[in-house]
Design a protein around this ligand. Sequence first.
Ligand code: ADE
Ligand code: ZN
Length: 326
Amino acid sequence: AQLPQLLRTMPKAELHMHIEGSLEPELIFALAQRNGVTLPYDSVQALRSAYAFTDLQSFLDIYYAGASVLLHEQDFYDMAMAYLERAAADHVVRAELFFDPQTHTERGVPIEVVILGLSRACHDAQARWGISAALILSFLRHLSEEAAFETLEAALPYRAHFIGIGLDSSELGNPPEKFERVFARCKALGFHLVAHAGEEGPPAYVWSALNALQVERIDHGVQSEKDVELMQRLAQTRMPLTVCPLSNQKLCVFPDLREHNLPRLLAAGLNVTVNSDDPAYFGGYVNDNYLQVFAATGMGAAQAYQLARNSLEASFASPAQQAAWV
Ligand code: ADE
Ligand code: ZN
């Protein structure tokens, strides 16, 4: 009974969540109504019952459809405030939110509408709930590097509103090196760099995220276990891995949470963190991820403290700010 209480209340950072993945079916329907958008589902219940995924792509198709209700700055603000209130209740003291501008600009939503709505929520959430929040702009890897460059250019007038650059969407067939030049440009501009790698893709993609993109964290990275040399490199450099247990279960990466390799990655000395990825779609927010992966794998208090400390130290908050949390 003590371990769940510890997991719920310990201060933690959430470093891998897509804000569009926090849109609950109820909010999707409310925004659809507010904006006059017609959804291909009759009810909240019908939408929710479509959340039966077989792999990453089967999820992404529904996730991009859900995001189609977001049109105005207030929509992005309301979505992010709903998530940040929920995160603060989970004792998240620091949240770094991915957002996918191309999902919105491709529908004609101006990038400043996206960025300014989300940024205002980060600011207001800090004032209201004391949570520190920051934004990471993610390129969609199923689109071209040229499209990523165009997105970066469009976002640069608002560069004060985001701290880093990420890479997400369909991994297989879209290796990190496809984005080597745009990531080099982002590094020169002073942004923090992260990328999804080794979620469904092979260890080779984790290697190229490290070597070609020069990332500071690997998002997911769970497939690294298949490569002994890679495991050594990750352990020796204390490279953070932002692992998402319920996401991995729902997307059939580890269909049975009891088989999840998080305890083994941790035991091998890797800098593992626990995160929710897309909490509205995968059945839980960050504390649900801690509670369920601990219950399934039998980890204990020592691992709980380690994972929480890892998350705070792997965040992009200032060292002074981190010291206040650890
Ligand atoms: N976009 C939202 N969630 C994602 C995930 N788990 N992998 C890749 N792209 C995503
Ligand atoms: Zn993700």
